[in-house]
Design a protein around this ligand. Structure first.
Ligand code: GLA
Length: 674
């Protein structure tokens, strides 16, 4: 059965509604709920006194309606009694202020006492629910991430540094602490990179960001170990936050989980965007699939208008279903909507679930009920089918952290740069995997590593192996600048990657917004020569080829006529070095050229606003066509197709897709069976 569900909060809902809730869920095709991740105060109302009867009653009702449950461990919102007794369990902000009680995500992940309390509640829950027939899995906490600058974290950081560097001599050398006389003679002297202290040593700051990421990974692992031991038949996940979330190394956080799930809100009240950027959301899905190179779940998929103090626009008819299918189109094997109902109380009074405050089924409920019926029919054929990508993009958390410390140019944004390049592939309906720098790249024809700023020997070797065996690697500005400790390398840039690129950066120029340049492609190729002198800026690196050939030259300034983009044959493959930043006018022709020489075709060629993806169930090809526009669209379909979402005549030739509509089509090899 394809998991289709809602986030359900019996802890926030009068018990008199539970039975009706479960019936309405069942009627909408809902077969799973996630719950209890914010219920610590009800599960442990007093220190050491545990109370599961209410959750047992809720589970029994759900189970009677064929609904199973993923339980959240409640560590992201500690009860008031715990914080009242131990206020030092609260997180400290980067300006040194301890966060007061009253919201959530305010705990300190390294505090030994917090570990103790977490260990105890998780053990109690695990023991109570290990054998429960309705429980299938666990979500650890909720949306990990905020950094803490507490004394406990400082102590834990010192230990982390001892393990990483072994000696203070090694640490002082790696960070270059002779600069401004920061030489450390005792571990306890090492400070935290608090913002009030001003611009920190980049080595110290990068290590602190890594340490904080590890602190959450460790805190999660402590819970994973308990659950694995006590509940060996249950799976374990965490709810991640997509591509853009910059504070944790998600590859590390995902490593010991059974599956990745994530929270997807295309239109919340903060952005309130009538036209959500569906390409950026697609990248979110691809990144979540990439964390374990495995299909994932949506654990919170938008179910209504978002709202805290402000309220977002109402999702238009069809939008919730369209956004949910987009996740499945990119590899989701579970779909859980946030949330079932809309709470009358608390910070999220206006965060709308499928039911409004009056709890009567209305438009959004019926839209998801329609999807529930569709998934009941076709979900099992989709579940487990694979996304096959021949392109990978490398997401480097070290680079992203390093740019948080030194942005290099106020207009530069690592995430936005990544999206700009992804967009050029996505526009061509090309499937992309997002992978980490050390990943095995051998299955990909093209690998793009945007602004790969921090490069170790191991990463450089991995890329060399990939290219020498026939791969095509694309690198962009500010690559190879830093070593593992965030010191600038003592080489021509791109440092350890210079040989692979056959190029040396002679000079770099970091431009203000009003200063632009242009490039012209000089490589004999129709895709490139069709591009009309793309505008470039932010960074212009003047390239000096050693073995590379020139693809494009700058058109202006004192480096007019000097190389901006090069291509270098290396082993059986090649490396393209793009020494400047642009937008669509630069990346689209470049990507078109790369696809052409690699002979990679998009899934289908379609109009702007239509997204097409494919998944494979063994030899069975399943096509997802998503109309993100508000107009009806007609598109040509090669081959013969069966409509998986409704009984209709076989589809051949042209397909019509309504505004915000979705087609899920199974390819039929034998036209009589279409
Ligand atoms: C996040 C959280 C949820 C809820 C929603 C809506 O994704 O995980 O608990 O707060 O956002 O704000």
């Amino acid at each position: 059965m394809f998991p289709f569900g809602v986030d359900y909060y019996p802890d926030q809902t009068p018990e008199k509604y539970w039975e009706t809730d479960a019936r309405l869920m069942q009627e909408a095709g809902i077969n799973v709920v996630r719950m209890a991740e914010f219920a610590w105060a009800l599960l442990e109302p007093e220190d050491g006194k545990f109370e599961f009867a209410w959750l047992d009653r809720a589970l029994a009702i759900l189970q009677a309606h064929g609904i199973s449950a993923v339980l959240g461990t409640p560590g992201s919102s500690p009860p008031a009694w715990l914080i009242h007794a131990h206020p030092d369990l609260l997180r400290v902000r980067d300006d040194g202020v301890r966060i007061p009680y009253g919201n959530r995500h305010h705990f300190d992940p390294s505090h030994p006492l917090y570990w103790e309390y977490t260990r105890r509640i998780v053990t109690q829950m695990a023991e109570h629910y290990a054998q429960h027939p309705a429980v299938i899995g666990w979500q650890i906490n909720n949306e990990f991430g905020d950094r803490s600058y507490s004394p406990e974290n400082r102590r834990a950081f010192h230990k982390w540094l001892q393990k990483r560097y072994g000696s203070l001599e090694a640490l002082n050398a790696a960070w270059g602490t002779m600069f401004w006389s920061h030489i450390y003679r005792q571990w306890e002297e090492i400070p935290l990179p608090l913002t009030i202290a001003g611009s920190p040593n980049p080595g110290l700051a990068l290590d602190y960001y890594r340490f904080m990421s590890d602190a959450y990974v460790d805190y999660q692992q402590m819970q994973v170990d308990i659950l694995r031991k006590i509940c060996p038949t249950h799976w374990i996940t965490h709810n991640f936050m997509g591509f853009g979330y910059p504070l944790i190394n998600y590859f590390d956080l995902a490593r010991n989980l059974d599956l990745v799930s994530w929270d997807n809100y295309p239109c919340d009240q903060w952005r309130n965007n009538p036209n959500p950027d569906f390409t950026a959301i697609a990248l979110g899905h691809d990144t979540m699939r990439g964390l374990k190179q495995k299909n994932f779940w949506l654990m919170e998929q938008q179910a209504g208008a978002g709202g805290w103090e402000m309220i977002s626009m109402a999702p238009r008819p069809g939008a919730l279903r369209l956004w949910a299918y987009q996740g499945i189109a990119h590899g989701a094997d579970g779909m859980v909507f946030f949330r079932w109902d809309t709470c009358r109380y608390g910070t999220e009074q206006y965060w709308h679930g499928l039911l409004d405050h009056h709890r009567q089924p209305s438009r959004r409920y019926y839209e998801i009920k329609q999807m529930g019926a569709e998934i009941a029919c076709c979900g099992e054929n989709i579940r487990g089918s694979k996304v096959k990508a021949s392109i990978a993009m490398i997401l480097s958390n070290d680079a992203r952290f390093a740019f948080q410390i030194q942005g290099n140019n106020p207009q530069f944004n690592y995430n936005a740069h990544f999206v700009d390049i992804y967009r050029a592939f996505h526009r061509r309906q090309i499937m992309v995997d997002v992978v980490e720098p050390g990943a095995d790249l051998s299955q990909y024809q093209i690998v793009v590593a945007p602004a790969l700023h921090v490069v170790t020997e191991a990463i450089a070797e991995n890329l060399k192996t990939y290219v020498s065996q026939g791969g095509t690697l694309v690198l962009t500005p500010r690559s190879g600048v830093k070593d593992a400790s965030n010191a600038v390398v003592e080489m021509h840039l791109p440092g350890l990657l210079a040989e692979l690129c056959g190029v040396e950066v002679e000079e770099y120029d970091s431009l203000p917004p009003e200063v632009k340049n242009q490039i012209e492609f000089v490589w004999p190729d129709k895709e490139l020569s069709a591009a009309e002198s793309p505008e470039v800026g932010i960074f212009c690196e003047i390239l000096s080829p050693t073995t590379a050939q020139i693809l494009a030259l700058y058109k202006q300034d004192y480096y007019q006529g000097r190389p901006a983009i090069t291509v270098n044959p290396f082993g059986l493959g090649k490396t393209v070095y793009v020494g400047t930043l642009g937008k669509e006018t630069l990346y689209q022709p470049l990507v078109n050229w790369l696809l052409e020489i690699a002979e990679i075709q998009g899934v289908l060629s379609v109009a702007e606003g239509i997204e097409v993806t494919e998944r494979w169930q063994d030899e069975q090809r399943i096509l997802f066509i998503l109309n993100h526009t508000t107009q009806n669209k007609i598109l040509p379909l090669p081959g013969h197709w069966r409509n998986c979402l409704e009984d209709s005549a076989p589809l051949v030739g042209l397909a019509s897709i309504p505004p915000r509509g979705v087609l899920v089509l199974a390819e039929s090899k034998d036209e009589n069976q279409a």
